[in-house]
Design a protein around this ligand. Sequence first.
Ligand SMILES: NC(=O)c1ccc[n+]([C@@H]2O[C@H](COP(=O)([O-])OP(=O)(O)OC[C@H]3O[C@@H](n4cnc5c(N)ncnc54)[C@H](OP(=O)(O)O)[C@@H]3O)[C@@H](O)[C@H]2O)c1
Length: 305
Amino acid sequence: MKLLITGATGHIGKEIVSKAHELGHIVHFLTTRSSEINSLAPAKGFLWCPDQGEMDIKCFEGVEVVMHLAGASVSKRWTSAYKDKIRSSRIIPTQLLVQEAEKNKNLHQIRHVISASAIGIYPSDFNKMMKEDAKVTSNSFLASVVIDWEKEVDRFELLGVTLSKIRIGLVLTPKGGVMQTLKLPTLLGLGAAFGSGQQGQSWIHIDDLVEMFLFVAQEQCEGIFNAVAPNPVSQNEFMKALAKAYNRPYFMPPLPAFLLYLLVGEMGQLVLDSHWVSAQKIKDKGFNFKYPEIVSAYENLVSNS
Ligand SMILES: NC(=O)c1ccc[n+]([C@@H]2O[C@H](COP(=O)([O-])OP(=O)(O)OC[C@H]3O[C@@H](n4cnc5c(N)ncnc54)[C@H](OP(=O)(O)O)[C@@H]3O)[C@@H](O)[C@H]2O)c1
């Protein structure tokens, strides 16, 4: 398969590129940074600057499948300027990609577009298990961003391609993200949940997420798929499992929600919202999770960190 990947230099993208190479696929990727063009060899990098409407269209040559992951991190303080960036860095690159793929049909054979999305699209709920057909509304910043992002992604349908949207949960990787943030407090025995600690945490091991993107491409699975492990846990259990993997005690009381909002502002939503999300749809397609349980997932990740 010949793939074009956006956001390839990020935490998830890098791992997809590496696995794709292992499987013998050819990878092109788009980056906004000229310094990164040769960083994922043998993958071939191409420059784009979505804000200026610019893209090196040679990236499309011979491409069959697009994996679209570009978007600014949500883990930086949500000032109003940064909130604009979180939104625009998903909408504008998607618009440019659709437009240029349409204009340059002679260069590619794109038959499938697989776009990242996020479980933040679902309303926060302490009880209900969310499936892909759950009703979504723009009642929070994150939900509204993801709804708008998915709407833009839907425009790929105009190209007559198979379209898949992968609603990603909390990705566990030893190389960054939540595990890196929680490592020091946990090692110091200061790991604690936030708010009530009862909020649902729908997580996924990075290896399973990478396998899922490639499975969806290989099996040509169409539609929306949640990318979460089949056994979400409460945040309290999530923090306890991490302490166990590091062989540290877990005794701290949860940090009250109001304190967290004081410390990090509106971004506290990331850990205070509750998401119990179902993995059944991708399982029904025949996908097997290597890490379905949080304890074994953390054990593996900690031993590789
Ligand atoms: N990690 C998670 O837990 C998680 C959970 C749910 C959803 N997701 C989604 O999955 C995608 C990938 O996540 P990740 O953790 O790998 O993210 P990441 O490490 O922050 O990487 C994202 C990549 O997007 C590119 N990018 C950023 N701003 C851009 C812009 N304005 N225009 C074009 N490209 C831009 C960057 O590539 P260049 O610098 O090379 O241009 C960057 O390497 C994101 O869209 C994210 O929202 C992630």
